[in-house]
Write a protein that binds this ligand. Structure first.
Ligand code: ZN
Ligand code: ZN
Length: 417
């Protein structure tokens, strides 16, 4: 069945490569993916999808292909680009500039490979539409906006996509990664971290820099707190668990001889389990309050949590079923386990909203030979990864492998005729 469905790939490969290069050259920022969405919707309609809806959760696109009784399988690709100035030097490199949410002009680049995700999903959706006699069920094709802001999946769910279109029994997705092209990498259970952001404001009493005794210095308070926060991972999180606490923003004062009245910290945390997440969150709050008290702060600190994303869990049982199909198709040598990725992804929001499993895997996008050599010599970190201005997957075999992986995964869960 797999080979019969994938037999149509050579015929559409050039067209897909053209679509990929077009998307790469015309990236759009999160929640501004209007031309991208319109183009992808058109490609689905051309492939025979009669139910295609745009503007789901602002700029999302949903295509439904109903093909008799059977499981409902959702394939998801994200479509947004990043404010990065492309430096790949490719003939189809982006020169796009756009206005971001804060009104600043920024360069725009598909530096995370979401253009490749979208092109591969068009490919899989087309192949499955052309071979409807080979499977049964319903295919839900989802192009999701704003993954980079962590809000796109939530927006589509809140816009009623599952009530309006179909309720999937499983959610399948993939991410192109700095691995050798042609290879698939996977993990089971928590594969990408939960992310939480916290803004802390510490309250001192301002005054003249020459008279510290008349002030409460929030700069010293903040300095102690930054140091104390690093004790959470080192001393409170069990060694077998992983967690990251980063103070990415620290602001206080205007001038050397003025003690300011406040200091602000922007804190970002990454965790993999609900227990560790709760432990880290409450430890940060405890330390912020305790450092304030220790420094005789004039008020309790303000603690504002935002931008929270759950860990991405690739359902263990469903993942091993899918990976068995990958191994049968690609051969064991091209399907490898990989460690957890400390970045975050919002694809898990879909499955969590319905209580159904998500299966998520990575596939390689870097020149196969040199990347395999770098991997062997432990130099993989030297190669450009996602979000780098130099990151652009080689078109082949990345495109073919991505289309095949999505198609094989979908066929694993759809019914047979
Ligand atoms: Zn990204
Ligand atoms: Zn991404």
């Amino acid at each position: 069945m797999r080979d019969a469905v994938l037999g149509g790939l050579p015929e559409i490969r050039e067209q897909l490569a053209g679509l990929y290069r077009h998307l790469h050259q015309h990236p759009e920022l999160s929640l501004r993916e209007t031309r991208t969405a319109a183009l992808l919707a058109r490609r689905l309609r051309e492939a025979g999808y009669e139910e295609v809806t745009e503007q789901v959760g602002v700029t999302g696109v949903v295509g439904v292909l109903r093909n008799g009784e059977g499981p409902v399988v959702m394939l998801r690709a994200d479509i947004d680009a990043l404010p990065v100035e492309e430096q790949t030097g490719l003939p189809y490199a982006s020169r796009v500039r756009a206005t971001d949410q804060d009104g600043r002009e920024v360069p725009v680049m598909h530096a995370c490979g979401h253009d490749m995700h979208a092109a591969c999903l068009v490919g899989a959706a087309t192949l499955l539409a052309r071979s409807r006699d080979r499977w049964r069920g319903t295919l839900l094709v989802v192009f999701q906006p704003a993954e980079e802001l962590g809000v796109g999946a939530r927006g589509m769910v809140d816009d009623g996509m599952f009530e309006r279109f179909a309720r999937p029994d499983i959610v399948l997705g993939q991410h192109v990664a700095p691995l050798p092209a042609g290879f698939v990498g996977y993990g089971t259970g928590p594969v990408m971290a939960a992310a939480d952001s916290l803004d802390i404001t510490l309250h001192g009493r301002g005054g003249h820099g020459s008279r510290p005794e008349s002030t409460v210095d929030p700069v010293l308070m903040a300095a102690h707190l930054v140091t104390r926060l690093q004790g959470i991972v080192a001393r409170e999180v069990p060694p077998a668990e992983s967690a990251v606490v980063t103070v990415g923003r620290l602001q206080a004062g205007t001038k050397d001889n003025i003690i300011p009245d406040r200091a602000e910290l922007g804190v970002n945390i990454r965790t993999y389990t609900p227990q560790t997440r709760e432990l880290v969150r409450s430890a940060i709050e405890r330390l912020a309050r305790a450092e304030s008290a220790a420094s005789a702060a004039v008020a309790e600190p303000d603690l504002v949590w935002s931008g929270s994303l759950p860990a991405l869990v690739s359902d263990p049982e469903a993942t091993s079923t899918t990976i068995a199909a990958f191994t049968a198709h690609f051969g064991a040598a091209r399907v490898q386990t990989m460690p957890q990725v400390n970045a975050s992804e919002d694809v898990g929001v879909f499955g969590t909203a319905l209580g159904v499993p998500t299966v998520f895997w990575f596939w390689g996008g870097l020149d196969t030979g040199p990347t395999l050599a770098a991997l062997q010599e432990g130099r993989l970190d030297e190669l450009p990864g996602n979000h780098s201005p130099f990151f652009a997957p080689v078109v082949e075999p990345t495109l073919t492998t991505g289309v095949e992986a999505l198609t094989v995964a979908a066929l694993t869960w759809l019914g047979s005729p």
